[in-house]
Design a protein around this ligand. Structure first.
Ligand code: ADP
Ligand code: MG
Length: 361
């Protein structure tokens, strides 16, 4: 089911101050998509999710789920949360510790007054789906963190929601479990074919799970796109910087030539991916560390060829992280742990124009 959000703003009032938690949000979440709201803490992700669910009333705008308007300031429509047909998985208090697995999952059906045998059938079916068959009588606290998250997922799914919403569901799990649970979740959501709205501040989670990502800052949606578009081809500096580690180099646009945009910057003259930025204006050149592929020794001048010196090398397991000094610029690069390089070595690298992303300042 598609979700359409138009002109939604939300203010909070605290300690005599007005906080604009959502600032004129316009967003369409396509049906049967895994759609992620990604942004730093305080950017309004939870508030937007709670407005969709109906736990929070926006101050302006309209929200529609499928054909039904569930909130409209102008039309004076406010459908209560339990009538919106949604399932939700929260970060904390995901499950009720005093209940066993079966009762946790059965709860949403019990409050709807569903017949007992139908509850038993649906709970069994949902537990099978999340691979927790046989855990029915287990106290909810006597299972692992990952299994508890699956109970929470089962509870959100048992009443066959039109849309499922997640608010940082993995943030209380340790790193390894988080990775495993993320993979499971991806598999489950892929099989379900329903609209999923997922909130996180974790960029890797967003990249790994989503069909589309909307990046938020200060109550606004800054940019929306597929994970690859957001990672490789962001339109905004904030987005390019937030979604991954990036070297940001100040540049001046000099020319448009042969399908490329050419800039001058602290690395010299660099041929970049084409961007419609006026000639003469300032821009930011964004280089991902993994695309700075260094070779030992200085090299003669060439197109997009840069000479520098290794200032520091840090072993991080799968790679070395090297700081490379080029004039006044310092760049982070990822290099092969087998590379025979040392601090102080002269190095060079050639930048592929398609990996030289220009964003407005
Ligand atoms: P996120 O989920 O992205 O971390 P939130 O939606 O929780 O962000 O918060 C957005 C902004 O609204 C923040 O500045 C936060 O402090 C503020 N806020 C959220 N809930 C309340 C509340 N109940 N009362 C006052 N301010 C709030
Ligand atoms: Mg939040």
């Amino acid at each position: 089911m598609e979700i359409r959000i138009s002109g939604v703003s939300k203010y909070y009032y605290a300690e005599g101050k007005t906080i604009k938690a959502l600032d004129d949000v316009n967003l369409t979440i396509p049906a049967n998509h895994i759609f992620t709201l990604l942004g730093p803490s305080g950017s309004g992700k939870t508030t937007l999710l709670r407005c969709i669910v109906g736990l929070e009333m926006p101050d302006t705008g309209e929200i529609a789920i499928g054909d039904e308007v569930v909130w409209s300031k102008d039309k004076n429509i406010s459908v209560p949360p339990e009538k919106r047909g949604l399932g939700m998985v929260f970060q904390t208090y995901a499950i009720w510790p005093h209940m066993n697995v079966f009762d946790n999952v059965a709860y949403p059906l019990q409050v709807r007054g569903v017949a007992k045998d139908e509850i038993a059938r649906k709970v069994a079916e949902t537990l099978r789906f999340v691979q927790l068959e046989g855990f029915e009588r287990r106290p909810a606290t006597k299972i692992s963190g990952g299994q508890q998250q699956r109970v929470a997922l089962a509870r959100a799914l048992v009443a066959a929601p039109k849309v499922i919403l997640f608010d940082e569901p993995l943030s209380n799990l340790d790193a390894k479990l988080r990775e495993e649970t993320r993979k499971e979740l991806r598999t489950f959501l892929g099989k379900l074919q329903i609209t999923a709205v997922y909130v996180t501040h974790d960029r890797v989670e967003a990249l790994a799970l989503s069909d589309s990502i909307a990046v938020m800052r200060a109550g606004q949606i800054i940019e929306t796109g597929t994970p690859k578009k957001i990672y490789f081809d962001a339109d905004h500096r904030f987005v390019a910087d937030f979604i991954g580690r990036a070297n940001l180099v100040k540049a001046t646009v000099r020319a448009e030539e042969g399908g490329h945009t050419i800039v001058d910057c602290g690395l010299g003259r660099i041929v970049c991916q084409q961007r419609a930025i006026p000639i003469g204006s300032e821009a930011t050149l964004c280089l991902r560390p993994e695309f700075i592929r260094i070779v030992k020794g200085a090299a003669p001048v060439g197109s997009n060829l840069v000479n520098g010196k290794i200032e520091s090398l840090v072993f991080v397991g799968e790679a070395y992280e090297a700081e490379i000094r080029v004039g006044n610029e310092q760049l982070l690069a990822k290099i092969d742990p087998d590379a025979q390089l040392a601090e102080g070595d002269a190095v060079s690298f050639t930048l592929d124009p398609s990996h030289c992303l220009l964003v407005a300042i």
